[in-house]
Design a protein around this ligand. Structure first.
Ligand SMILES: Cc1cc2nc3c(=O)[nH]c(=O)nc-3n(C[C@H](O)[C@H](O)[C@H](O)COP(=O)(O)OP(=O)(O)OC[C@H]3O[C@@H](n4cnc5c(N)ncnc54)[C@H](O)[C@@H]3O)c2cc1C
Length: 483
């Protein structure tokens, strides 16, 4: 039996709300009736410590969850969001994209990118939450939970009793240890607006920038730094950029483009420590081979860890990290859910448990979880992995880059196109098309990708290989879909 199935079977039986605040009588009646009896029963206490629904975390998933509560007319006076940040939920990917545009190229700033603008939704400013009757606690992280008493404790000492709890705490950026200079002035990690603002104040006076990490955060920050016309070097231990997804040949194309834009590469390099200058600020990055690179600003993009504290007791997944949930985002404790980056969930399509640190999953998991919580929906989450990035998009950039990937990057690859500007990579496994990445496609072409990755059609690999253009290759794939 797969680990997913074992887990799902050991979960408690579904309790729509897991509300010990409910009287036994009201739990057996329809949800609307419950709502009335709840408010009537607890109206005096509601204003202080009892809350019907509490979301912990004020990020991407929280913003989309709030919208879903509003759509079900279940937010007003019932929903509370407790956030560590000083801002209402926003579309986090903007932080290493529009937010880092050079200051004279109209960089993105709040309130411009509050959720849910990233998917064409309403811009949920702090006033929006007020208007919808959603209680917001900013800059007050949750520090403790009493699962039996259904109570949260916050940093400022608040005690919040919840009916249902949704954990949406996301991830924290992985750091270099302090003893090797990970906390020096001028060393940055980008996870939230405060981090991005601090980086911008460094970039304003920077001359030499070193970006550590060749994943998508490192790639986006390096592209941003050369937009500021700064001497920029990207360092990573692997052989090529984004090795978790890109093939060596695809990476080569992007690396060449980065080099044309002025980014220098140090591949296969390991860092020994970050060294301070006389004023205590970062001055150099020392490598294991004894060499050093001068730097007044260093940005570390080496991954992230799920922000599980103080919720470890709910059950963590030891393989992928994060809080283990089932296909409706229920944790092992009745009435407690986890969504977004922090959730280890059954990835139904590939029959494995996964944690996905991407905004599309944050949005969809939030919507799925809240719908399941508030309605009769019993469908299990069936996610199709989707990643994207966009770089060099500032005004005056010689070439904008925008790629999307859908599916699973398993099997052999077929690459078509000359990256001028288009290129496509198809992952073919046992004769089936499993994944596809497309750079600079049209809207219609990008819309085809999820259909292909979802259906996993049989495809003639030789025919694909012989395609003379990306358009022709996509047509071959489209035809295999119809077959
Ligand atoms: C710089 C950057 C760029 C990205 N770019 C892309 C991209 O191009 N494409 C893509 O698909 N994905 C991208 N991502 C990933 C995407 O942003 C995340 O997958 C998404 O934000 C996850 O949503 P979430 O709500 O689970 O977590 P988050 O959005 O991280 O929100 C978590 C929130 O919880 C708060 N919190 C944590 N602990 C507590 C606590 N104890 N109490 C209260 N609050 C707490 C945090 O402060 C934060 O506000 C990027 C991420 C970053 C950091």
């Amino acid at each position: 039996m797969s680990s997913v199935r074992t887990f799902m079977l050991t979960l408690s039986l579904p309790r729509k709300h897991g509300l010990s605040l409910l009287s036994p009588q009201s739990s057996s009646i329809g949800f609307r009736s419950f709502r009335r009896s709840y408010v009537a029963a607890s109206s005096s206490a509601f204003a202080n410590e009892n809350r019907e629904f509490v979301i912990v975390g004020g990020g991407n998933a929280a913003g989309y969850a709030a919208r879903t509560f509003v759509e079900h007319d279940m937010a007003n006076g019932r929903l509370c969001i407790v956030s560590k940040e000083a801002y209402a939920p926003y579309e986090r990917p903007a932080l290493t994209k529009g937010y880092l545009f050079p200051l004279d190229k109209k960089p993105a700033r709040l309130p411009g990118f509050h959720t849910c603008v990233g998917s064409g939704g309403e811009r949920q400013t702090p006033d929006w939450y007020k208007e919808k009757g959603i209680e917001m606690f900013y800059e007050d992280p949750v520090t403790g939970i009493d699962i039996e008493k259904q109570t949260l404790r916050t940093n400022s000492g608040k005690q919040l009793k919840y009916g249902s709890l949704i954990i949406a705490t996301g991830c924290t950026a992985s750091r270099f240890p302090d003893k090797i200079g990970g906390n020096l002035s001028g060393v940055h990690y980008v996870r939230d607006v405060a981090d991005a603002d601090s980086l911008i104040s460094s970039l304003e006076k920077a001359r030499k920038v070193v970006v550590v990490g060749g994943g998508y955060i490192g790639m986006e920050i390096a592209a941003a730094a050369v937009g500021w016309k700064l001497d920029t070097t990207i360092i990573f231990p692997e052989k090529h950029l984004l090795p978790r997804l890109f093939t060596p040949s695809l990476s080569k194309r992007y690396e060449e483009l980065y080099q044309e834009n002025g980014v220098k590469f140090l591949k296969g390099a390991s860092i020994k420590n970050l060294e301070a200058g006389s004023g205590g600020r970062i001055a150099a990055v020392k490598l294991e081979d004894g060499s050093a690179i001068e730097a007044d600003t260093v940005i570390i993009g080496i991954g992230a860890k799920p922000a599980v504290g103080p919720f470890e007791r709910l059950g963590l997944n030891t393989n992928v990290g994060g809080i283990q949930v089932d296909g409706q985002f229920r944790t092992s404790a009745p009435g407690i859910f986890a969504i977004g980056d922090v959730a280890a969930f059954p990835l139904k399509m590939y029959d494995r448990v996964a944690r996905v640190e991407h905004v599309d999953h944050a949005r969809r998991s939030a919507q799925h979880c809240i719908k399941a919580l508030l309605s009769a929906q019993t469908r299990m989450y069936d996610y199709l992995p989707y990643f994207y990035s966009r770089v060099f998009e500032y005004e005056g950039s010689p070439r904008k880059v925008w790629w999307q990937f859908y599916g699973d990057n398993v099997g052999e690859t077929v690459e078509i196109g000359n990256f001028d500007p288009k290129i496509a990579t198809f992952w073919v496994d046992s004769g089936k098309l499993k994944g596809v990445l497309l750079e600079s496609g049209s809207t219609e072409e990008f819309e085809l990708l999820p259909k292909l990755a979802r259906s996993r059609p049989s495809v003639d690999k030789a025919k694909l290989q012989n395609a003379s253009s990306v358009e022709e290759a996509l047509n071959i794939a489209r035809t295999s879909l119809q077959v």
